[in-house]
Design a protein around this ligand. Sequence first.
Ligand SMILES: NC(=O)c1ccc[n+]([C@@H]2O[C@H](COP(=O)([O-])OP(=O)(O)OC[C@H]3O[C@@H](n4cnc5c(N)ncnc54)[C@H](OP(=O)(O)O)[C@@H]3O)[C@@H](O)[C@H]2O)c1
Ligand SMILES: [Zn+2]
Ligand SMILES: [Zn+2]
Length: 369
Amino acid sequence: MSSDTFQGWVAHDATSPLQFTKFTPKPFTPSDIEIRITHCGICGTDVHTLRSGWSATDYPCVLGHEIIGVVVRIGSGVATLASSPASREIRVGHRVGIGAQSMSCLRADCEACVAGKENYCSRITGTYNGRYQDKSKSYGGYATFWRGSAHFAFKIPDSLPSAEAAPLLCGGVTVFRPLKRYNAGPGKAVGIIGVGGLGHLGILFAKALGCSSVIAISRTSSKRRDAVEGLGADGFIATDEDKEWARIHSRSLNLIICTVDAPDLPLGKYLHLLKVGGTYVQVGAPEGPLPGVNAWSLIQKEVQITGSNIGSPDDIREMLQLAADRRVLPWIQKRPMSEVNAALADMDSGKARYRYVLVNDANFNEAKL
Ligand SMILES: NC(=O)c1ccc[n+]([C@@H]2O[C@H](COP(=O)([O-])OP(=O)(O)OC[C@H]3O[C@@H](n4cnc5c(N)ncnc54)[C@H](OP(=O)(O)O)[C@@H]3O)[C@@H](O)[C@H]2O)c1
Ligand SMILES: [Zn+2]
Ligand SMILES: [Zn+2]
């Protein structure tokens, strides 16, 4: 049953608990679908946005952009959607996922959209805290239903369980995309900084891509066992404990993916770890500027510092298929969606091992029977 009023966990300001209440989704258009949400991961971005950490959030806001649900309604234009042949296959009853992006301009004169890089469109609409072209607001997955463009909805391969699939939609593709873009694979040594939601997926995907060496870089040794014995990392560096870590491991990595979002991250020391011609990709997004870098750390080794924003629809489909084929399954902890406020507080204090997935209460109780 669909209606023009949805219910969800709504943030009204930066500090009050989310409240389960009504909100009005975007108007339904022929290229839209509607899903009954079963699962939604909690991403670090949800926490930044809730507290207006990067800039003022457009409250009321419904967070959540690692969404899995079952299609309940399909617009009349989806079966012939010009912009996305893959989305034409979506049918009522299918399991689909939605990530951090719900719309881009999809115009013929947009270089990013024409190139299949919708995630770099200047008119990007985030899945929450965004606005569509008609000025209506985008609302995310801490809710019972989601409505939006079929272009940004993805069929979930049958072999991926819904709860494990959820974190792939944002966290998974955000690390998969730069690994692929910078040729992570056999013969490459890759460092993943921060063993959190994105970071643990970075280790799993780097291993799945066949990298010769995957090094987990964390602040303390508390996650060493998980990273090495559980996730398959070939080495582990504890930056707050291993003295001289930057010197000892200097020039050892071809590629670094940094998921850390602390403004005081030791960027200069991370760059020490790169080999000549290596690449450092920042995906974690601090609420302040990155620290300064000594010019010599770039000049002496011809290294590049770059960033990466989620992934395109094609990247998401490729990542989901790889995850299904190679059994890349995030480590998750399921929480009933009604416990969202406690789960957000735990996420903010770094307790997740390694991703909380909110399960809509009906599904949560069903799973326990
Ligand atoms: N670029 C994109 O497209 C994109 C997409 C999704 C998310 N993000 C951003 O990526 C960042 C990470 O998201 P996430 O969901 O992976 O978060 P998370 O689960 O909290 O992981 C962040 C990790 O950073 C490390 N860390 C180092 N210094 C820290 C400090 N002072 N405080 C807290 N953590 C610290 C921790 O790892 P150790 O304990 O191992 O040190 C922590 O597990 C966020 O800023 C998020 O907004 C970016
Ligand atoms: Zn995210
Ligand atoms: Zn565009």
